[in-house]
Design a binder for this molecule. Structure first.
Ligand code: EPU
Length: 436
């Protein structure tokens, strides 16, 4: 297994480039199987989740070639002939559940494992299932698998109202509805940029979709979609993570340039909260410049659906706030248990208390290096952020969580002045004789 060893005390400086969006790349890959022929996707990040998803597509019969240096992926879906997404992959990565909509759209039938549990509490898929029924699918459960069929081989289309406006369910329903026999309507749809960019790819493939970015999406089914070349958008969560890293670990007054970015996807709430910390920043086409302040103001946040404050930046914000000149409160309304990083941060001298779905964070406290690990992607990167400003060495273990969503993070941080190394280690050292 790998860990990061971060030697605290260096300023972050220069440039941080942002990779392609993970949470957009996965639905783009799913969309490719709706078209016979070869789809080319550009700006696809070299991440573990992308590798896992490519594996899911190969199991279905697609041929997938990925050039990780060029970030280009070729997916030939001509021979998709096995409509099943197995448990081994869906349990690893919930986005594999997109195969339900993609296979219903492509083949009129699907057998997709239910995802099961998640590191930070329940993440149900009831809206995906109820939504597919509304579009005309017959759904059964067999041995932990969802077995879905479109009577007559093609869905009829229909209307479904999401509550809450789930990102994944909106994407899954779009995948299923674009080739339905009739028209469909998704009410209270998710408005995240990931959904919009994915919908734009479907439109370029020939899908008839209206209302992307609004709460009502209307789809008129078409007979077939064509394969295209499509460029993925930059990762908005990596951008937000880098803005926080720059504000915390940059030298006050120095400019840090974050490139290959899409600042327009950050959402109002994050931008507003970031401004209230007193950090100076400016946006340009494809970049964000950050100038850290030595007087970070405490800013409480509450997560919400886009353009609200993203739950995927909540853990990073918590660490940012340990450096502020006062106390703050972080509330997660999307995933009310997403706090696995807090006990690890305690090991680094952070004073933060979880009360229900809130964390109360004490500012003005030095962070101290320690051995830590987290059980999820965003929690892990929050520990890396803590390591940037910690006294001494921080060992962030089980970095495979981080590798799911941050491409070459150690390379990007090293090039920006941070002393960080990826080191292989043994999780369970030689057994010791236990005594009572
Ligand atoms: N929900 C339901 N029923 C459902 C589906 C969702 O009640 O059938 C609820 C969830 O419990 C949650 C809320 O709806 O309270 C929102 O969940 P959503 O379905 O929008 O989340 P998701 O599609 O499973 C995506 C991202 C997550 C991100 C969330 C919220 C991908 C692959 N994942 O998940 O990203 O946290 O949206 O923005 O796009 C990450 O990248 O670290 C990550 C977890």
């Amino acid at each position: 297994m790998d860990k990061f060893v971060i030697y605290g005390g260096n300023y972050l400086e220069g440039e941080l480039p942002v990779s392609g969006s993970k949470n957009t790349a996965l639905p783009l890959m799913a969309a490719s199987i709706l078209a016979d022929g070869t789809t080319v996707l550009e700006n696809i990040p070299n991440l573990q989740d992308v590798t896992t998803f490519a594996h899911v597509l190969r199991i279905l019969g697609a041929s997938v070639q990925f050039d990780p240096k060029e970030h280009r992926m070729h997916i030939d879906a001509s021979r998709v002939n096995f409509p099943e997404a197995p448990y081994e992959l869906v349990k690893k990565m919930r986005a594999s559940f997109y195969m339900l909509g993609a296979l219903l759209g492509r083949a009129g039938s699907a057998r997709v494992s239910l995802p099961g549990g998640c590191a930070w509490g329940p993440r149900p898929v009831n809206l995906h299932l109820e939504g597919m029924k509304a579009l005309g699918a017959e759904i059964d459960l067999d041995q932990g698998y969802v077995v879905a069929k479109a009577p007559g081989g093609r869905l009829t289309g229909g209307t479904f109202a999401l509550d809450p406006p789930s990102v994944g369910a909106t994407i899954n329903l779009l995948l299923a509805a674009v080739t339905a026999r009739g028209s469909s309507r998704i009410e209270n749809a998710a408005r995240e940029p990931d959904v919009i960019v994915f919908g734009e790819m479907l439109q370029q493939m020939g899908a008839k979709i209206e209302g992307l970015g609004s709460t009502i999406i209307e789809i008129e089914g078409v007979d077939a979609l064509k394969p295209i070349t499509f460029k993925n958008t930059p990762d908005r969560i990596e951008l937000g993570t880098f803005m926080i890293a720059a504000a915390m670990a940059g030298r006050p007054g120095d400019l840090i340039h974050i490139s290959n970015a899409a600042p327009e996807h950050l959402g109002e709430a994050f931008v507003d909260a970031f401004a209230r910390t007193g950090t100076k920043f400016s946006f340009g086409p494809g970049y964000v410049d950050v100038i850290p302040t030595d007087e970070i103001q405490p800013v409480s946040i509450e997560t919400a659906v886009y353009p609200g404050f993203p739950t995927d930046l909540q853990a990073q914000w918590t660490v940012f706030m340990t450096q502020a000149k006062g106390n703050s409160r972080i509330t997660d309304t999307i995933y009310t248990d997403r706090f696995a990083h807090i006990p690890e941060l305690h090991r680094m001298n952070v004073n933060a208390i979880v009360v229900g779905n809130q964390v109360v964070v004490a500012g003005n406290r030095p962070i101290k290096g320690a051995y830590v690990m987290s059980t999820d992607l965003r929690g892990s990167v929050s520990l890396v952020l803590a390591g940037l400003v910690a006294e001494g060495e921080t060992h962030v273990q089980r970095i495979y969580h981080l590798d799911r969503g941050y491409e070459n993070l150690e390379g990007k941080l090293s090039a920006a002045g941070i002393a960080v190394q990826r080191v292989a280690y043994q999780e369970f050292p030689d057994p010791v004789n236990e005594t009572a």
